[in-house]
Write a protein that binds this ligand. Structure first.
Ligand code: FAD
Ligand code: SF4
Length: 508
């Protein structure tokens, strides 16, 4: 009898464990564009279009390879609204009683499959360097789960940039070379852009009709939607942009949304690129002398270090991770996150790029929008839903640990040893945003003072019990204590005004 092989929208890899376990001569691949997946948070239209078009192209490729594919389109009148509904419908259609799946990247779907009224075997998703069991073994018994040590294990395991058991260049980490500002460069190549083909055009019309009211611009749509396109996009990055990746990794520029970033997380996360393959390509460029060691090492660290580490934490911490709120933050997400007018220039820019591209680079996510939400005490659950909705690369296994853990400190410090907070100074140092801002980054008190300057101290003071004894935060508290009392009061009054405005839904 036939078995059903489930392939989800972020599992578009020919070597997926569910496909490897299947048999072309008897099994049926089930792929479904279902309503529930498009709308449980208001996903950016570009993200939905990417996933649907890539699914349709992948289904075509599977069919060409001889698989029987039962594909449900979003506008199919017979379609049910959920993945489990579709599995039930197909089980009846093909007389199948067993489903082989690759474990989904979020607890919500893992649980739905586990509770489904048919037999579903969930195989490990092995498109990663580190299995979940291996991560747990690494984490077991450690007091702190520091990414840096995990990363070294992954370097040893893959042999990437290793000379025997020593790191190439004699150091594991060249980050101190990576803190430079960026210069505007009109000749800088951006990410490779693709023209939508007929399949993508059809998807774009469908997404416009169904999800056109969601936040974000659907067109122009330039993402690649096949493995070939994703490989070309990475090749383009490796040749033109990787050499400068390290130096400007933390920089932000008003007129340049992408700088030297690779803009491939969305391809990797839906299965169009393999993490080890792309790292091998980076090593090739470095060995050929075309890429400096700080760029190559920095890039590899993001992919086999941070990305794998985040996944390990998400699955180790369990389904309640997304509801954590260690600092008890309750404020609602301000309308400026959804594009409402604001004078906060850095946030306005990060949100504008997000709306236009379903993308913002790491430092915008961490030190602009994330920093603001944390300083202002926004409910981390709402912050999590925002990030999950608005980025093309957002899938819960990688989004939640970045938001709940790294950015909002809502997990109480599992990922970050101290909160990622800063005053306007840091943003001024790494960007050109402050120059054209209505607020003054130099002013620390008063109506014109940069809101980050005010909220930074308010955050530290209201959390003094928690962070006051953290040795790495001692110096900032000493700075506060040395300030004149009247100045301290003026800062806290200013912060209270900003927070009042947020509570009253007034634009800041
Ligand atoms: P590059 O800067 O070119 O980096 C190369 C690759 O490294 C990325 O493609 C990505 O796969 C990986 N990487 C880098 N940093 C991280 C990280 N912290 N965690 C995991 N992988 C990393 N990444 C996602 O893939 N999905 C998300 O939903 C997501 N949400 C985030 C939310 C917040 C608040 C923060 C601070 C970070 C988030 N990140 C997320 C991590 C990172 O910002 C993005 O991976 C990166 O911006 C993607 O752009 P890029 O491909 O140009 O990356
Ligand atoms: Fe952002 Fe403050 Fe700079 Fe304005 S002055 S861009 S609010 S950091």
């Amino acid at each position: 009898v036939a078995r059903l092989l489930l392939v989800l929208g972020d599992q578009l890899s020919p070597d997926l464990s569910a496909l490897r376990a299947g048999d072309k001569t008897r099994d049926v691949v089930v792929m479904a564009e279902v309503r529930d997946e498009g709308s449980y948070v208001p996903h950016h239209p570009k993200k939905i279009a990417l996933i649907l078009s890539a699914m349709r192209h992948f289904a075509e490729a599977l069919t060409a390879e001889g698989w029987q594919v039962a594909y449900t389109r979003l506008d199919d009148p017979a379609a049910t609204p959920s993945i489990v509904g579709e599995l039930m419908r197909r089980a009846e259609e093909f007389g199948a009683s067993e489903v082989i799946a690759t474990q989904p990247g979020e607890w919500r779907l893992i649980e739905a499959l586990s509770d489904a009224p048919l037999t579903v075997r969930q195989l490990p998703d092995d498109r990663f360097v580190c299995s979940l069991a291996e991560f747990d073994r690494w984490a077991e018994g450690r007091k702190e789960l520091r990414m840096e040590y995990f990363y070294r294990e992954m370097r040893r395991k893959t042999g990437l940039m290793m000379e025997g058991d020593q790191p190439a260049g004699g150091k594991w980490n060249f980050d101190h070379d990576n803190r430079k500002r960026a210069q505007a460069d009109l000749l800088r190549e951006g990410p490779l852009r693709f023209e939508p083909d007929a399949i993508t055009q059809e998807v774009l019309d469908l997404v416009e009709a169904r999800f056109g009211t969601h936040f974000g611009a659907l067109r122009p749509f330039w993402f690649g939607v096949t493995r070939d396109a994703a490989a070309q996009a990475f090749d383009h990055f490796a040749r033109h942009l990787l050499p400068g990746f390290g130096d400007t990794q933390d920089a932000m520029l008003e007129g340049d949304a992408f700088l030297h970033h690779s803009v491939i997380s969305m391809y990797m996360n839906i299965g169009l690129l393999d993490p080890v393959d792309i790292c091998a390509r980076v090593v090739e460029e470095w060995k050929a002398g075309r890429v400096p060691i700080n760029a190559a090492e920095g890039y590899i660290r993001q992919v086999i270090g941070w990305r794998e580490y985040m996944r390990g934490i998400y699955f180790r911490e369990g389904p309640d991770y997304v509801t954590r709120n260690a600092l008890g933050h309750k404020r609602k997400l301000p309308a400026m996150f959804w594009g409402a007018k604001t004078r906060v220039n850095c946030v306005a820019h990060a949100v504008e790029t997000t709306a236009k591209e379903a993308y913002a680079h790491h430092i915008q996510r961490l030190m602009v929008t994330g920093n603001f939400a944390l300083l202002a005490g926004i409910d981390p659950g709402q912050v999590h839903e925002w990030y999950l909705a608005v980025y093309a690369d957002a899938f819960e296994w990688v989004e939640a640990p970045n938001v709940i853990g790294m950015s909002q400190f809502a997990d109480g410090g599992i990922i970050a040893s101290k909160p990622y907070v800063s005053s306007g100074n840091y943003i001024d140092k790494m960007s050109d945003y402050c120059r054209s801002c209505a607020y003054s980054v130099k002013e620390k008190t008063g109506d014109n003072a940069c809101p980050f300057n005010l909220l930074y101290w308010d955050f530290l003071i209201r959390n003094r019990d928690r962070f006051g004894r953290n040795p790495r935060m001692g110096p900032v508290y000493r700075t506060w204590d040395k300030m004149e009392a009247s100045r301290r009061q003026a800062v806290l009054d200013g912060a209270a005004r900003v927070l009042d405005d947020l509570d009253a839904d007034r634009a800041i």
